[in-house]
Design a protein around this ligand. Structure first.
Ligand SMILES: O=P(O)(O)OC[C@H]1O[C@H](OP(=O)(O)OP(=O)(O)O)[C@H](O)[C@@H]1O
Ligand code: HPA
Ligand SMILES: [Mg+2]
Length: 178
């Protein structure tokens, strides 16, 4: 598995520092508010698990499972809801947690969908952002790292369901997916 990684882009140590920084901001900004954190499965699973343990205010945690990449490195542009929320978000503050924003198509679809449910506010927290590839405009309130236009894996992020369990974020070698 490690042999398929060309370069470590974000180390375990730097991930930990950044997650602490983001959680501290979220703790300050949402103190006293009714906050629902929504992890976007499967990719955000590892990030959201680390993030919420560093958020120091009461929150509710919920998940949506969404998929647009399947077994490809290119977004299909067709976003499917595989699992919907359990919580009613009407009148509540929502923080959507993503592992990566690439074209922005997943989040553009998701935020429109969540807006229609009457949330009081909707903010986005993403660990990684690949701005060069954006097709839809997304306002990101909490961002970990801008990354170059390379296909990345690890820390929850997959290629064809593989590599999610790497503890760091790495660039996948072209031979591993071509
Ligand atoms: O900005 P975009 O181009 O839409 O890409 C970002 C989305 O793609 C990945 O999910 P994927 O659809 O691969 O599902 P997964 O989270 O289950 O891996 C990633 O986890 C984001 O949700
Ligand atoms: O760089 C990526 N890696 C894995 N999945 C992704 N989904 C969007 N961009 C990526
Ligand atoms: Mg994926």
């Amino acid at each position: 598995m490690l042999n398929d990684v060309k370069e470590v882009l974000v180390s375990e140590e730097n991930l930990d520092k950044k997650v602490t920084e983001l959680a501290d901001k979220i703790t300050k900004d949402f103190a006293g508010k009714n906050l629902v954190v929504i992890g976007v499965l499967k990719g955000a699973n590892v990030f959201v698990a680390d993030l919420i343990r560093k958020i120091n205010i009461p929150i509710a945690l919920d998940f949506m499972a969404i998929s647009s990449y399947g077994s490809s490195t290119e977004s299909s542009g067709v976003v499917k809801i595989l699992k919907d929320l359990d919580e009613d978000i009407e009148g509540r503050h929502v923080l959507v947690v993503e592992d990566i924003i690439d074209t922005g198509l997943t989040l553009s679809y998701l935020t429109e969908n969540l807006k229609s449910r009457g949330a009081k506010s909707i903010d986005i927290c993403t660990l990684l952002d690949k701005p060069d590839r954006r097709k839809a405009h997304i306002d990101v309130k909490y961002k970990g790292f801008d990354i170059p236009d390379e296909f990345v894996v690890g820390y929850g992020i997959d290629f064809n369901e593989k590599y999610r369990n790497l503890p760091f974020v790495g660039i996948l070698k072209r031979e591993a997916y071509e």
